[in-house]
Design a protein around this ligand. Structure first.
Ligand SMILES: *Cc1c(COP(=O)(O)O)cnc(C)c1O
Length: 417
């Protein structure tokens, strides 16, 4: 039970991750509750980029492909991400965007059991996941079919029970982008395998924030995002994981030269590289990759169990403060009150979600909105303090109580929400 701001100061003093905040560049006067959408800037990412630009590019020019080993960045960064998601070295590369990696993973996953023509996913999956599934079906044509079910373990298991023999691939987002609901990865992966299907996990809202055990769950494919909880910067490279047992059996469809066994022999025929490197396509974006690599190194310095513990605690405290200070203003918590199967953001429904969020951003509390009527608040354990939640809840209550949001200027839509 939180009585006052001092109680939260006490939580901050006892916080095992409190030293990490100083590692980030955070604007004063802003309480940043959107790290699930664009993670904050780690100081060492800024320094790493500066080094790449000034020394490696500016001075050493093309020599840096070898001298600074730019060429191995996708594998090196992939190995670091692997440590965050329960994968082995050599099973992950950083490359492309999540959308492009989804295309690669799904295309290959469908080839594992080519006689199975059904893809199963969730009705409210993130749009890019739905669109890529639609695009792959369009591309591969034939009799491929998409079955979208409700987002629960029970609904998925029921679909697998009735149509399991037809299911080639189950493609799911581990933590939902609005509700924050988290699937039981072990249970769902086992259910897919029992039906003979391949699983593709989208870890966009999970990587770097919840413990993930891809190998222990025997997951087949996974993809995820570099700019959310991995703090890799806007448009950071994404990643792709493929279980080692599947590496040599298949090639992916964007068979560019960086995924070739000998790119610098400039041979006319494609021969896929051994291992996960065949999931590369083109030249890595070195500057962006440098930021991601530095950011992931920082996360690896924090015990994942501590990150998870604080993430749940921050969400719990926020819910308690919102219940107390914002009751009666038409807010409804859409995310679970139970931390166990919840990610690190919370969604609240409000009929004026968009103008309310615009007014909040103006007042220095930064979250975001998702249609039709959700406000999202994300909680980044490495740089948020408990007192920030007290201050945020107080400002949110103020904006709602005074109806400060009810002005024309807060209704006009920005292009990015
Ligand atoms: C953020 C997010 C993406 C992002 O895809 P991009 O290709 O990086 O734009 C994909 N899937 C999910 C579930 C996400 O939350």
């Amino acid at each position: 039970m939180i009585e006052n701001r001092q109680d939260l100061e006490a939580l901050d003093s006892a916080d095992e991750l409190r030293e990490f905040r100083a590692q980030f560049e955070l604007p004063p006067d802003v309480i940043y509750l959107d790290g699930n959408s664009l993670g904050a800037l780690p100081r060492r990412a800024r320094e790493r980029i500066a080094g790449v630009v000034e020394r490696e590019w500016g001075r050493d020019l093309i020599k840096s492909w070898n001298a600074a080993d730019w060429i191995s960045m996708p594998q090196r960064t992939g190995d670091k991400i692997a440590a965050l998601i329960g994968a082995a070295k050599g099973e992950v590369v950083a490359a492309d965007s999540t959308s492009v990696n989804l295309f690669k993973a799904l295309s290959v996953a469908l080839r594992v059991n080519p006689a199975r023509r059904l893809i199963v996913s969730e009705k409210t999956n993130f749009p890019t996941d739905l669109y890529v599934m639609q695009g792959v079906i369009e591309q591969l044509g034939g009799d491929l079919e998409l079955l979208l079910v409700d987002g629960t373990e029970e609904a998925l298991e029921a679909a697998l029970a009735t149509r399991g023999a037809e299911v080639g691939v189950l493609l799911l987002t581990h933590i939902h982008y609005t509700t924050s609901r988290m699937y039981d990865m072990r249970r769902v992966t086992a259910a897919a395998h029992k039906a003979g299907a391949i699983i593709v996990w989208d870890l966009s809202h999970s990587a770097g924030i919840v413990p993930i055990t891809l190998n222990a769950c025997d997951a087949d494919f996974a993809v995820g995002c570099g700019y959310k909880h991995l703090n890799g910067g806007p448009g950071a490279p994404a990643f792709i994981y493929v279980a080692r047992r599947l590496h040599e059996r298949f090639t992916q469809p964007i068979s560019g030269w960086m995924g070739d066994a000998r790119p610098f022999e400039f041979l006319p025929g494609y021969e896929p590289a051994a291992g996960i490197s065949r999931y590369l396509s083109g030249t890595p974006p070195v500057i962006a990759m440098a930021a991601l690599e530095a950011s992931v190194e920082l996360i690896l310095e924090a015990p994942m169990e501590a990150i998870r513990r604080k993430s749940i605690a921050l969400c719990d405290v926020f819910i308690e403060l919102m219940d107390r200070h914002c009751a009666g203003f038409g807010l409804e918590l859409v995310s679970s009150r139970e931390g166990a199967w919840r990610g690190s953001h919370l969604s609240y429904r409000h009929e004026a979600s968009y103008p309310v969020m615009q007014a909040l951003i103006r007042s220095g509390v930064v979250g975001d909105c998702r249609p039709p009527d959700l406000m999202r608040f994300g909680f980044a354990p490495l740089y948020l303090r408990y007192v920030d939640l007290w201050d945020a809840a107080a400002r949110i209550a103020e904006v709602l109580r005074t109806r400060e949001w009810d002005r024309a200027e807060f209704r006009s839509r920005q292009s990015v929400t």
